[in-house]
Design a binder for this molecule. Structure first.
Ligand SMILES: [Zn+2]
Length: 530
């Protein structure tokens, strides 16, 4: 779904305001990607078979094997000149077993039949050793068997097939355009691109081989002067695309870069916000992060039952509230899924061989669902996992990780222009910046990149130093208008962290623009001085 084109000219000193008409209408090209031959020619089947047969012969009731290769590239420029570059590959095998209701796990960078046998016996020994210490009988909910399946994410150009020089030139040219403006003193630009290849097999007979690609690019313009320091960053989201993401055919990079110096100059000259209660029109480029922190993490069932707590806390949305917690207004409908095209959490099957699904998390404002893996599903007597197991490396065990968690648009909801017109006294917020939320995912505070003052349905100029603060249920309860499909954007993050040892996962959050009634707005400079 695409943005509606919308640019407003204002009578005041503000020349124009970018309202985010940067997604390009396009027809998806048919994709013919295959999994790379050099991954498929690895001895995937013989290695995983060796681990499974060794594990079961030593008494394991369940064995699963992941052979993974993840390549991550990073390129960073400062003032249009290269600053950092890296290209790392994480390759290896992880074998997980259940023996007498206890977990065992072992991993190695050595992907061979011999190594697989050794890892399976090490994992079985670990399960037997840890059994007397374990307080819980581990079991997994069943899942149909998927034999010899493969899946590739929707992308056109493998970013690793594009030369470093071409990637650098693209970032340098966008940075140079910014530096040509007198309102920009410095720029920073980075792009990160990932190709993840995964072969999964288990003792029930499932075997899947998958490949997915993602790209994240951010460019920031910085102004330094008598006013101090001010910055503004591109709104482009991380995306489940290949290098085609950096052409102007999906996201109009050049149009966004053309607008940024004026927007930054306006922000530098803008008044600091008067704290108080305002109606907030929140653009998807900001709202995705509020969804991530206050809904995404709060509805991880391992967190909600208190099993996951060390990294970022538990959740107020405990299972006794399922079906009765009023999470937000009746306009609030939130889904979890692992099958949205170009989604960062999108897969064919998860890291426990569970097929990608889509389900309701919040329906008409009420909490109705959680994110599950096979073990947590068994623990709360569910029949089936909804496919949220993920491990970021062959050296880590799969844990319950976030699917794409998205706020649904109102099918007959307003366009961005109509949403702006509907606000009498408010602030339009775009782009994410800093955030904080408590350990129960309840009290939060978010800032942003752009804050446009709306008076009587018109944008009258920017503000700065804005943060909005609320509790999760008050905030979502105050959602009074939900934008239509034309306002919907799939945003997200590359770097969601969870667990000990820490694991990183990429996740998408789609949402429309929406209006929230009388939300508390803080002045960040005044707050910092307290
Ligand atoms: Zn996160």
């Amino acid at each position: 779904m695409r943005f509606q084109a919308a640019r407003t000219r204002c009578e005041s000193t503000y020349k124009y305001v970018l309202l985010a008409d940067l997604e390009v209408e396009r027809t998806e090209k048919p994709l013919s990607n295959n999994i790379d031959a050099d991954f498929l020619t690895l001895p995937l089947t013989s290695v995983s078979d060796a681990a499974i047969s060794t594990g079961t012969s030593l008494g394991a009731s369940h064995v699963d094997v992941r052979i993974e290769r993840t390549r991550t590239g990073l390129l960073a420029l400062r003032d249009a000149k290269p600053e950092t570059q890296s290209d790392e590959t994480n390759f290896g095998i992880g074998v997980r077993v259940i023996v007498n209701g206890a977990w065992g796990f072992a991993s190695s960078p050595d992907v061979s039949v011999d190594s697989a046998r050794k890892l399976a016996s090490t994992a079985v020994a670990m399960a037997k050793t840890s059994k007397p210490l374990s307080t819980e009988e581990i079991s997994l909910v069943p899942e149909p068997v998927y034999a010899n399946k493969s899946w590739v994410s929707a992308y056109e150009i493998d970013p690793f097939s594009v030369s470093d020089a071409e990637k650098k030139d693209r970032l340098a040219s966008l940075s140079s355009k910014l530096l040509a403006s007198s309102s920009v003193n410095h720029t920073s630009a980075h792009t990160m691109y990932v190709k993840e290849q995964k072969h999964y097999a288990d003792s029930a007979g499932t075997s899947t081989t998958q490949q997915r690609v993602r790209v994240q690019t951010q460019i920031e313009a910085i102004s330094i002067g008598a006013h101090g320091f001010e910055s503004m960053r591109t709104l482009a989201q991380p995306a489940g695309y290949g290098w085609e993401w950096m052409e102007n055919t999906i996201w109009n990079w050049d149009a966004e870069i053309d607008q940024l110096p004026t927007l930054l100059a306006e922000k530098v000259a803008a008044p600091s916000v008067e704290p108080g209660r305002y109606d907030l029109l929140i653009h998807p480029s900001n709202l995705w992060l509020t969804i991530h922190e206050s809904i995404g993490h709060a509805t991880e069932l391992d967190r909600a039952i208190g099993y996951e707590a060390n990294y970022a806390g538990t959740s107020f949305a405990t299972p006794d509230k399922l079906g009765n917690l009023k999470y937000g207004s009746a306009l609030m409908n939130v889904t979890g899924d692992r099958n949205t095209e170009h989604g960062l959490s999108t897969v064919g099957w998860d890291d426990e061989g569970v097929a990608a699904q889509r389900w309701d998390i919040v329906k008409d404002g009420v909490l109705v669902g959680y994110q599950l893996d096979r073990r947590i599903a068994a623990r709360v007597n569910r029949d089936r996992s909804n496919g949220c197991a993920f491990a970021d490396s062959p050296a880590h065990v799969p844990i319950q990780r976030m699917p794409n968690v998205s706020l649904q648009p109102n099918p007959s909801g307003p366009t961005l222009e109509k949403l702006i017109e509907s606000v009498e006294d408010g602030i339009y917020i775009l782009g994410d910046k800093s955030w904080s939320i408590d350990m129960q995912r309840y009290n939060f505070q978010f800032t942003g990149q752009q804050f446009h003052r709306i008076k009587n349905g018109k944008i009258v100029g920017q503000l700065k130093d804005v943060a909005y603060q609320a509790t999760t249920t008050d905030f979502w309860g105050a959602m009074k208008t939900v934008g239509g499909p034309s306002t919907y954007v799939l945003g997200g993050a590359f770097n969601c962290g969870k667990a000990q040892p820490g694991q990183v996962a990429a996740v998408s959050h789609g949402c429309p623009a929406a209006v929230f009634d009388k939300i508390n707005v803080l002045n960040t400079v005044a707050e910092a001085g307290k």
